[in-house]
Design a protein around this ligand. Structure first.
Ligand SMILES: *Cc1c(COP(=O)(O)O)cnc(C)c1O
Length: 381
């Protein structure tokens, strides 16, 4: 089956008990034990729930994976994967990455004795120098956050194979509609379902999928032992979101492309980071490994002042000045004071997260309204 059909149908069949077309919300903590000698997939709600199973099979279908495991949040999904690491192990991650993952690696994983290296994954020759026989995981985001760079997934996977490291791709920014990392050789794909998969900014959730039996066992064991599970209602809402993923992503992409083109010519804008622009260094690569350029872009404004950048953001009225991304509504953020606020100004400068950097999650509203909103806000500087 092709993507749009999978989005609507993967993992779902009418409810056995009632014929309900939509998966019921199984709001239960426990299940009656079957008679002696029979087995059931469901014994207790931490280990498994039928609404969660439907979501897991649906999302695994969209990523072309044989195993899918849902979590309470993107961060708990990250945590579940990385609990496989032991003191002395080494992980390499992109230096341009989601702030929460950066914080997790620096403040949770590194203090447990795991060696963490941040590097520029857009340059595979730099990665090749960073890998060692201790490297167990290479953590990739593409497009990256907040600079929207493109990483060559096949090249990273080939490099990882040389030392037997597992490649995890956080595919939150692209969504499986635009990019399917397992097909490039990734071992695991992670999502914050809070973003494009849920798509309506009304849940927090996470997901990991893999074709590797050992990693799937590890993840299910974490679910059972640690229990960072999404509730059945949230699973239902995530499923409602994925049914329209392909339609929403098309609109996110066309709106973002036109907004990027408009901003690229705007006199108050210094630089626009969007892979759909031919001037973007990752344009050709994005064209070859993605089915579209996505709804995320960032730009630097012609001001060096953090407060002026925030003033532009506060003047927006269709775009909401808020954290997060991937919902039907447009959001605008200021990485230096929001997602990367915990970093020192030296660290931010080194990473390119400057005070004049603004990030947009372009929604599916009318394009003209979004352009007019940006025009009046940019006139503030
Ligand atoms: C939001 C996000 C996460 C974390 O997910 P939560 O659901 O907020 O815990 C991880 N990676 C990326 C790229 C994200 O955007």
């Amino acid at each position: 089956m092709r993507f749009a059909t999978l989005a609507v149908h993967a993992g779902q069949s009418p409810d056995h008990a009632t014929g309900a077309v939509m998966p019921p919300i199984y709001q239960t903590a426990t299940y009656v034990q079957p008679p002696e000698g029979e087995t059931t997939a469901y014994e207790y709600g931490r280990a498994a729930n039928p609404t969660r199973t439907v979501l897991e099979n649906n999302l695994a279908g969209l990523e072309g994976a044989s195993h899918g495991i849902a979590f309470a949040s993107g961060m708990s999904a990250t945590d579940a994967i990385l609990r496989a690491l032991r003191p002395g192990d080494h992980i390499i991650a992109s230096e341009d990455m989601y702030g929460g993952n950066y914080r997790y690696l620096k403040l949770v994983l590194a203090p447990m004795g795991v060696r963490v290296t941040f590097t520029d994954l857009t340059r595979v020759e730099v990665l090749a120098q960073a890998v060692t026989s201790q490297t167990k995981v290479i953590w990739v985001e593409s497009p990256t956050n907040p600079l929207i760079q493109i990483v060559d997934l096949s090249a990273v996977c080939a490099c990882a194979q040389l030392v037997g490291a597992a490649v995890v791709v956080d595919n939150t920014f692209a969504s499986p509609y635009l990019q399917q990392p397992l097909s490039f050789g990734a071992d695991m794909v992670l999502h914050s379902t809070t973003k494009y998969l849920g798509g309506h900014s009304d849940i927090v959730g996470g997901f990991v999928c893999t074709n590797d039996e050992k990693w799937a066992d590890h993840l299910r064991f974490q679910v059972k032992c640690v229990g960072a599970i999404p509730g059945p209602m949230d699973c239902f809402l995530a499923l409602r979101g994925t049914k329209t993923l392909h339609i929403r992503m098309e609109r996110h992409c066309t709106n973002a492309q036109k907004i990027a083109t408009y901003l690229d010519r705007h006199p108050k804008v210094m630089q626009v980071n969007y892979p759909g622009l031919e001037s973007h260094p990752g344009h050709a690569l994005a064209k070859s490994q993605m089915n579209g350029f996505g709804g995320m872009l960032s730009m630097t404004l012609k001001t060096s002042s953090s407060s002026e950048a925030r003033r532009v953001l506060q003047s927006l009225s269709v775009f909401a000045f808020a954290e997060s991304l991937g919902g039907v509504e447009s959001l605008a953020g200021h990485p230096a004071t929001m997602s990367h606020g915990a970093l020192s100004s030296e660290e931010r400068a080194r990473l390119g997260v400057t005070d004049n950097l603004v990030r947009l999650s372009v929604g599916i509203e009318d394009l003209e309204d979004l352009l007019e909103d940006l025009e009046q806000a940019l006139s503030q500087i």
